[in-house]
Design a protein around this ligand. Structure first.
Ligand SMILES: *Cc1c(COP(=O)(O)O)cnc(C)c1O
Length: 384
């Protein structure tokens, strides 16, 4: 496999024995599996939060290369970073925005989420004064109560858009609160509310903008919601949004998180390990130290439950996880400085998943992925 380092991290890759390896071919296969399943609908890869920890710019460029026709991010800055890296594909910023940010959206040709009457007016005004047309997607709140005009008062906003001369309504969308659940009644109710809002265009014989609502959960479980565009985030990265969700599309995780042993010692009984002295052995054990900690996103709350793989075998993390290091009990086995340690990924018959880390930390896989922070260098693998 060809290893291509991100240009800005290559020196850090060399300096640090800890990496997240991102297999771009797996991202390609996941993208194609989703595209294959949703047929006519366009797939909009969601790249927010550093592409769920996989690296915003590299994944953005890769998605463009493999044919994605629209990309989604949460924040203005994420869109600008993609533009500065040479991404020319249409980008929609999904999150709430400030009216004062509008000029930057227009300068960088980023599609704006308009979620209220006031925002619409601010965008119209800014676009008019710059002499351009703003590309806009309207956000309808059908039950998330986050951003968006409520479905029961959306008509007025849709009406107003018809009068705006400097706003081009490219899309209209909503977001599910419970699409990854076993019980799909709430998701179906949200979908009905959205469909009711969309009747506005039909009633007036107006062309309907691009309609979209499906996140990973809905892509897997609610085909009626696919419409014109689907917005996969976590599924694209090969992780299922919940344990309950039906796995109707096969995807594979794309990351491996590894480090190396930096210290070996024998710990005697009555000699507790790490801060707080919460763990000790009643017999002499071999303990190795790994140069990763909660300051990298290896959650402290996993202390006492986390495991790693060394030489194809699982071992427990012992003592409190520190900011930059943690300890592993290998009992009477051997491990040497520089030996590889797998935090997420597989070796032989053993595999540790982000779902498992999420379980140890008492959180969801989304939070595990997005917390592997920029101190951990990303290395990209690509064959095709
Ligand atoms: C994050 C997000 C998505 C993707 O969600 P997943 O559950 O990761 O698929 C889609 N749409 C919006 C508006 C989002 O904020």
């Amino acid at each position: 496999m060809a290893v291509s380092n991100h240009p800005t991290i290559s020196t850090r890759v060399a300096l640090r024995p800890t990496h997240v390896l991102v297999d771009l071919d797996k991202l390609t296969r996941n993208y194609k599996a989703i595209q294959g399943a949703v047929g006519e609908a366009m797939v909009m890869p969601i790249l927010k939060a550093n592409a769920y920890g996989h690296g915003l710019v590299r994944v953005g460029l890769h998605m463009q290369e493999i044919g994605a026709r629209m990309l989604g991010v949460a924040y203005l800055e994420e869109g600008i970073l993609l533009r500065e890296a040479g991404v020319t594909t249409p980008i929609l910023v999904l999150g709430g925005i400030l009216g004062s940010q509008t000029p930057l959206f227009l300068q960088h040709d980023l599609a704006i989420t308009v979620s209220s009457q006031q925002k619409l007016e601010q965008v119209e005004e800014a676009a008019a004064s710059m002499g351009v047309r703003a590309r806009v997607h309207l956000k309808i709140d059908t039950g998330m109560e986050r951003i968006g005009v409520h479905y029961y008062s959306a008509e007025e906003l849709l009406e107003s858009t018809l009068k705006c001369k400097h706003v081009e309504i490219k899309g209209i969308f909503s977001h599910f609160a419970n699409a990854d659940a076993k019980d799909m009644r709430s998701a179906k109710l949200q979908l009905e509310r959205f469909q009711e809002v969309l009747r506005f265009y039909e009633k007036r014989s107006l062309p309907t903008p691009l309609r979209h609502m499906a996140n990973s959960g809905a892509i897997l479980q609610l085909p009626e919601s696919w419409m014109d565009i689907v917005r996969p985030g976590i599924l694209l990265y090969g992780v299922y949004p919940s344990a309950d969700v039906q796995r109707t599309i096969a995807v594979e995780p794309a990351i491996t998180w590894t480090s190396r042993v930096v210290y070996f010692k024998v710990v005697r009984p009555d000699h507790p390990v790490s801060y707080g002295s919460n763990w000790q052995s009643d017999h002499p054990v071999r303990v190795v130290t790994i140069p990763v900690g909660y300051g990298d996103g290896y959650f402290r709350s996993m202390s006492g439950s986390a495991q790693v793989i060394i030489h194809g075998k699982r071992y427990p993390v012992v003592g409190t996880i520190c900011m930059d290091q943690f300890m592993v009990n290998i009992e009477q086995d051997s491990a040497f400085n520089e030996d590889e340690v797998i935090l997420v990924g597989k070796n032989g018959n053993e595999r540790i998943t982000v779902e498992e880390l999420a379980g140890w930390a008492g959180t969801i896989p989304y939070e595990v992925l997005t917390n592997i922070n920029t101190r951990v260098p990303r290395v990209y693998l690509q064959d095709q």
